[in-house]
Design a protein around this ligand. Structure first.
Ligand SMILES: [Zn+2]
Length: 191
């Protein structure tokens, strides 16, 4: 039987692309890695291909994902970072092996310690989250302005004034909502 799963929302930042595998956390949440196989697919398109994934490893991945979301949200609000979630990120970062490799084209590629090891892939994601939360990279953590989303995202725009985690989904929906609201107030075109 062929089952169609929700598409991925891939951004330029690994850690927040990963947290975007669950969207609409404050509305009708959409789980985009509902099965171990979908995590394998997500890792493959994110440059972290693994051979296999168990349900227990999927649980680890989701635990890391929600911990990154929690800590990144606190960082965006300049709140104290919640210790249990920090602990999960650190554990995942410490319990995987991966090496950064430079390709002949001058791009970075990840080589996991073992081809089948989800833990190695998660350590790369955890390290990426640490680098943006620690403020090591040019950009600013912010929260999506969509009330049903509120995802923490990494704003790398020049002015650091991005409002939505994703222009094509949250940004567009907000614009449409505003247009419809104005339209209701003003059914006839203004003079
Ligand atoms: Zn959003």
């Amino acid at each position: 039987m062929h089952v169609r799963f929700p598409d991925f929302r891939l951004g330029k930042v690994l850690a927040t692309s990963f947290t975007a595998t669950l969207t609409e956390r404050h509305g009708d949440a959409v789980e985009r890695i509902p099965t171990p196989h979908r995590l394998i697919d997500w890792l493959a398109v994110s440059g972290l291909a693994v051979d296999s994934c168990t349900t227990a490893q999927l649980d680890l991945a989701r635990e890391l994902r929600e911990s990154i979301h929690t800590v990144a949200t606190a960082a965006a609000l300049q709140d104290a970072l919640p210790a249990p979630a920090v602990h999960v990120i650190n554990d995942r970062s410490a319990q995987g092996r991966a090496a950064a490799l430079l390709t002949p084209e001058g791009e970075r590629r990840w080589q996991l310690g073992s081809a089948s090891c989800v833990e190695d892939a998660l350590s790369v994601i955890a390290a990426d989250a640490i680098s943006i939360i620690a403020g090591e990279r040019a950009g600013k953590l912010a929260l999506c302005a969509s009330p049903t989303c509120q995802a923490a995202f990494f704003d790398t725009s020049q002015s650091r004034t991005r409002k939505w985690c994703d222009m094509n989904t949250c940004g567009n929906r907000q614009k449409k909502a505003r247009f419809n609201a104005n339209h209701r107030k003003n059914p006839r075109p203004a003079k």
